[in-house]
Design a binder for this molecule. Structure first.
Ligand SMILES: *Cc1c(COP(=O)(O)O)cnc(C)c1O
Length: 392
């Protein structure tokens, strides 16, 4: 038998971290006490009241059947109510919200709704890899909008060649940003709306970190700016703000025609989110939000420990206002990969090479604040001992 892989699979970029993963495995087997700052996955448990709701609803046989693929109306209402309270954005829960099996699922599938083979899609670089991945699976060609530190990691829309903008059908953006920790204000979102109108582009804003922010900063929703709903949608998720990455529930909100299209596609692919999980999500979105503030305080302490620690070693990092990522340049003489390997080899600390998020991540590394503060301090101490002098 010979199985020929489809071109769309062959087109996916090669997996970059095979070498580093082999190294991690070796270290683990050798019994090295690894400190993993590599993955953006909350380490603390889901808040108790959300788990209790899941347990209760899991015991109701009515929830054991197929859910509707768009999501229960009560879930979509809870999302709409959350948007109203949090951002002052009005959404019709029947037509402007659809449930997702985690936002990753919707991000990967939206390209199937709007991109044909050969189409152009604007994708930030560096970025969460699923934007380009989903587009490539649909046969489309990502045009990379490089994000530069000097511009606060906002894409320079004026630098996109007119011919590319004319051809582009979709654009992905993501603030607060993974991997850079950058934030965007309403003025940038207004610029995006104007650009999208001018070139007839569907804007997909990915906002899973909208409520993971520090020092009094409150991120905006893309849907807050005038005209956003005419040109776009926002992906969101319970994963990061309620420590629910394993539960797989999120949503897409905004333009009703786009919501309908993704819902139609999904009704051919999946059968929705387990209803007990939807009830638990309603409890999360509608309940007291103390756990969010508490988690943010935990991440803020960890952020301060990591950034102050790295700065004491010679870095000159600003503290990110949002997300649980610290994005840092590598010292002179290293590439993203060689520095990540050095830190793993000599310090037993796992960090992610910036190139994992696209060529624009070269020269950077990403660290996630997903271990206890004591472990972060330990990681900084070990990094300090493993490199002689940090120069840039
Ligand atoms: C974590 C993450 C997601 C995926 O979240 P899920 O809802 O768990 O699928 C999407 N986008 C970005 C930028 C993320 O960091």
């Amino acid at each position: 038998m010979q199985f020929t892989e489809a071109q769309r699979i062959k087109n996916l970029p090669p997996y970059l971290f095979a070498r580093i993963e082999r190294l991690i495995e070796e270290k683990r087997e050798a019994g090295v006490d690894l400190i993993n700052l590599g993955i953006g996955d909350p380490d603390r448990p889901t808040p108790e009241h959300i788990i209790r709701e899941l347990i209760k609803e899991a015991q109701n046989p009515a929830n054991h059947q197929y859910p509707s693929s768009a999501g229960m109306l009560s879930y979509r209402r809870a999302v709409a109510e959350w948007y109203r309270k949090r951002f002052g954005v009005e959404l019709d829960p029947r037509t402007e919200v659809v449930s997702l099996l985690g936002s990753k699922e919707g991000i990967a599938h939206i390209s199937w709704c709007y991109l044909d083979p050969g189409d152009t899609v604007l994708v930030p670089d560096p970025a969460y890899p699923v934007y380009a991945g989903g587009a490539i699976l649909a046969g489309a060609e990502p045009y990379l909008m490089t994000l530069y530190a000097e511009r606060g990691y906002l894409p320079d829309l004026a630098a996109i060649p007119g011919a590319v903008a004319e051809k582009a059908k979709m654009m992905f953006i993501n603030y607060p940003n993974n991997p850079t920790g950058a934030v965007a204000g309403e003025s940038f979102f207004r610029e995006v709306v104007a650009f999208a109108r001018r070139y007839n582009i569907l804007v997909c804003h990915d906002a899973p970190y909208s409520d993971m922010a520090y020092d009094g900063y409150r991120p905006s929703s893309f849907l807050q700016v005038p005209g956003a709903k005419e040109v776009g949608i926002e992906f969101h998720s319970l994963s990061k703000i309620y420590n629910m990455t394993g539960w797989r529930i999120g949503w897409e909100a905004g333009n009703a025609r786009v919501i309908e299209a993704l819902g139609r596609l999904k009704s051919n692919i999946d059968s929705g989110v387990f209803q007990a999980i939807q009830y638990a999500a309603v409890a999360a979105l509608s309940g007291v939000q103390d756990s969010v503030a508490e988690m943010n305080e935990v991440y803020r302490e960890r952020r301060d420990a990591l950034v102050d620690g790295l700065n004491s070693l010679g870095w000159r990092l600003q503290k990110p206002k949002a997300t649980f990522y610290v994005w840092a340049p590598v010292p002179a003489g290293y590439s993203s990969e060689s520095f990540a390997e050095l830190v793993l080899e000599k310090a037993g600390v796992v960090i992610t090479p910036g190139t994992g998020y696209g060529p624009g991540g070269a020269g950077y590394i990403r660290m996630a604040l997903t271990v206890e503060k004591e472990r972060i301090l330990e990681a900084v101490g070990r990094i300090g001992q493993s490199i002689d002098r940090v120069q840039f």
